[in-house]
Write a protein that binds this ligand. Structure first.
Ligand SMILES: NC(=O)c1ccc[n+]([C@@H]2O[C@H](COP(=O)([O-])OP(=O)(O)OC[C@H]3O[C@@H](n4cnc5c(N)ncnc54)[C@H](O)[C@@H]3O)[C@@H](O)[C@H]2O)c1
Length: 479
């Protein structure tokens, strides 16, 4: 498919998109940067939710790389054992709290609360912190239903604090590069999108072992996982969604299996479960965080994949119509033989397409089990893996060319540290294409997921306007 005559390397690509880059750099201020540390003192931050995302990305990574601009003033988690371990693991000496109310009452002058609790509890932490006029940076999804979304909107409107959405995918090399391609208008105005996301049997299964498997904790994967993808779509298309029609079902995990146990540890079905069996005791960090503290709250991290209580979908297909009339076909698969995606934009003048992880298109063999760790891994998030990723651009009348990007998979396509620099040091990305995200961005991603869930439940297309007072705009309102 590569048209050698037209293929260009990364340096040339950056040169060829230089106009766009220069333009976006010029508008950096207009697009807004997150407030940097107050003059003369470090940003006083409090972390709420000391699970895996909290202790690594928002915890240890900040201490190791951003302690010149960040000072931890509190850690908070409902689980006292996990909290104690987190304090040691992150390497801080601040007070700890087992409830947000205690933390907000006792710690003075917090500049920023970081929210890394389970998805359904984000709203409580966000609203209480904004209520004290403290800024908040929250993990995706911003929340799990439309009512909580409205409550957060009221809190944002009544607070002097800022709500920052930590949409790290926007900062990843692959996704930033696609945004730059679309902004060149080489393929003309986009009219439709094909987007398929594949979670492999390791990563996909991991969601069914714990709270993500319950709607009232994670809102279904249409919120928990797809919020990343829906946000990318909103950002790429620069428009708001207006209508969603979806199908979905639970056909593999949960009640579908012939047998089930209590948890992987000591399970009599270990052999029958085959590669789905997970020995958590082989993972030191997971053992310290979860196994050693499950007596406090009953949070079993290696829960059975076949639990009857699982009530989310494991296959999902979603159609979205945007206010600018772009139509999206999206799907999410949770037990794929490989981890990856296909993403293509059809424009009036051509098509831009990329993919990742599809073994028969890859030149190197892929270890499926290691991909999830690589995605989350922070120890070497600046290190590059071997190989390239590609964006193919085809003109409607024949010519096509291939853009090659260095293959970066660690720390969410290399986006996590760039997001951190933006939020905690006020340094916008070198390739600033409007990655900053706020309440409205968080809400629009959530509302697509909520509409899709509702559409599946009620068997009808759902209008975004039905859900909250937010009015979809043909031109997205930027942060
Ligand atoms: N952006 C990304 O790429 C990315 C990656 C992983 C996780 N996440 C997000 O991070 C968040 C945390 O995920 P995780 O995998 O670390 O989960 P986790 O289960 O490991 O940790 C969640 C922690 O929150 C605590 N908690 C729950 N409710 C609380 C409350 N009301 N007050 C205080 N503590 C509370 C739990 O005890 C637990 O320690 C989720 O929202 C998830 O979507 C984002």
């Amino acid at each position: 498919m590569t048209d050698k005559n037209h293929s260009i390397d990364r340096r040339n690509f950056i040169t060829s998109t230089g106009k766009v880059l220069a333009g976006s750099m010029l508008t950096t201020t207009a697009m807004g940067s997150f407030a940097g540390p107050s003059a003369g003192r470090k940003k006083r931050v409090a972390l709420v939710g000391t699970g895996i995302r909290g202790v690594r990305f928002w915890g240890r990574d900040l201490v190791q790389n951003f302690s010149d601009s960040v000072e931890f003033v509190a850690l908070c988690d409902l689980n006292p054992g996990r909290l104690a371990f987190a304090k040691e693991y992150i390497g801080v000496d601040c007070p700890t709290f087992t409830h947000i109310d205690q933390m907000l009452a006792q710690v003075e002058d917090i500049d920023l609360v970081m929210v890394t609790t389970d998805d359904a509890s984000h709203d409580e932490i966000i609203i209480k912190s904004l209520g004290k006029n403290i800024s908040v940076v929250t993990e995706k999804p911003m929340t799990t239903d439309e009512f909580k979304c409205t409550a957060i909107q009221e809190a944002v409107e009544n607070s002097k604090g800022e709500l920052i959405m930590a949409f790290n995918y926007r900062y990843g090399l692959m996704f930033t590069s696609m945004k730059e391609v679309l902004e060149t208008k080489e393929i003309g105005d986009v009219v439709s999108v094909d987007f398929n996301w594949y979670l492999n049997t390791y990563h996909g299964a991991s969601y069914f072992r714990r709270w993500h498997g319950l709607r009232d904790k994670g809102g279904t994967l249409l919120l928990h996982k797809s919020a990343h993808h829906f946000d990318l779509l909103n950002w790429y298309l620069e428009s708001d969604p207006v209508e969603v029609h979806a199908y979905g079902d639970l056909e593999h995990y949960g009640k579908n299996n012939a047998f089930r146990g209590e948890k992987c540890r000591g399970c009599p079905h270990k052999k029958a479960c085959g590669d789905y069996h997970w020995d958590i005791t082989q993972d030191e960090l997971a053992t310290n965080l979860y196994v050693n503290n499950e007596h406090h709250d009953g949070y079993i991290r290696d829960n059975c994949l076949w639990r009857e209580e699982i009530d989310i979908f494991d296959k999902m297909s979603v159609q979205i119509r945007y206010a600018n009339n772009v139509i999206v076909n999206y799907s999410l698969t949770t037990y794929s033989p490989f981890e990856g995606f296909r993403l293509a934009f059809n424009g009036k003048a051509g098509r831009a397409e990329t993919w990742e992880g599809i073994p028969w298109l890859e030149q190197a063999a892929i270890d499926q089990a290691s991909i999830y760790e690589k995605e989350m891994g922070l120890s070497s998030h600046s290190a590059r893996d071997e190989g390239v990723q590609e964006i193919n651009i085809a003109n409607n009348f024949g010519s096509h060319r291939r853009i090659e990007l260095p293959y970066v998979r660690r720390a969410h396509w290399g986006g996590d540290p760039i997001l951190n620099a933006h939020v905690f040091k006020g340094i916008p990305p070198e390739r600033n294409v409007g990655q900053k995200a706020n309440f409205r961005d968080g809400a629009m991603a959530v509302l697509i997921g909520v509409a899709a869930r509702k559409s599946i439940d009620e068997g009808r297309p759902v209008k975004i306007e039905e859900l909250t007072s937010l009015k979809p705009q043909a031109r997205r309102i930027k942060a």
